[in-house]
Design a protein around this ligand. Structure first.
Ligand code: HEM
Length: 185
């Protein structure tokens, strides 16, 4: 994945837990890089090692690290670095979600080697939809949950996210039921 992902993990750990904890996590993950170049691709495996080491050092499940990272990605990485793109995604949470399947096509223009996720919105109602998620990678569903919760926060629209079908549990792909308060959206 592009360096900006690893850099965001580093920012999250450093800002929430301090430089010493980051250095311990980096050491445990066997990562030699002291900084990451945002627009350079790195092996996915490096990111997975960082997440695994963070789970161990912080004594929380890796799924929790990924979920926290998803919220961080939206609230900090995306909003601070790409606010214009996020704004263009929609005026409300449901609008953003409906546009989500096309979101990374604009990102590919900046990061040509991107291997983006694929999303599909189904069963859309005034207060919910089912988000279908396809990826080349495994194990990132909790990251998606965190991303959706982060989107709820930036749109000030409380959301609940239910992971209805899981690839890891044998489903064909992951499906999330996303619900929001109609009045807030
Ligand atoms: C401006 C905001 C965003 C930028 C710059 C961005 C960029 C990226 C980058 C660089 C990757 C790593 C993939 C690679 O390097 O091959 C990635 C992965 C991913 N992005 Fe985004 N993204 C943004 C917003 C979003 C949003 C809003 C969502 C969904 C709510 C999302 C969902 C994901 C997921 C799930 C992955 C993991 C890759 C996978 O599933 O295989 N991203 N994105």
């Amino acid at each position: 994945m592009y360096g900006m992902v690893n850099k965001a993990v580093q920012d999250l750990i450093t800002r929430q837990h301090g430089e010493d904890v980051w250095q311990r996590i980096r050491g445990l993950a066997g990562v030699e890089e002291d900084m990451f170049i945002s627009n350079e691709p790195y092996p996915d495996e490096l990111t997975y090692r960082l997440v695994g080491a963070a789970a161990e050092v912080l004594a929380v499940p890796a799924t929790e690290v990924l979920r926290t990272f998803g919220r961080w990605w939206i609230l900090h990485t995306a909003m601070e670095g790409y606010g214009h793109l996020m704004k263009a995604g929609g005026r409300t949470l449901p609008e953003f979600l409906i546009n989500l399947p096309n979101f990374h096509t604009r990102i590919v223009l900046m990061f040509p080697h991107l291997r983006p996720p694929e999303f599909e919105c189904m069963d859309v109602t005034a207060g919910s939809l089912r988000l279908h998620y396809h990826s080349h990678r495994r194990g990132l569903a909790p990251f998606v949950t965190g991303l959706l919760e982060g989107l709820g926060e930036i749109y000030r629209t409380p959301v609940t996210v239910k992971h209805e079908q899981s690839l890891d549990a044998g489903a064909e792909h992951d499906v999330f039921l996303v619900r929001w308060e109609e009045s807030a959206a």
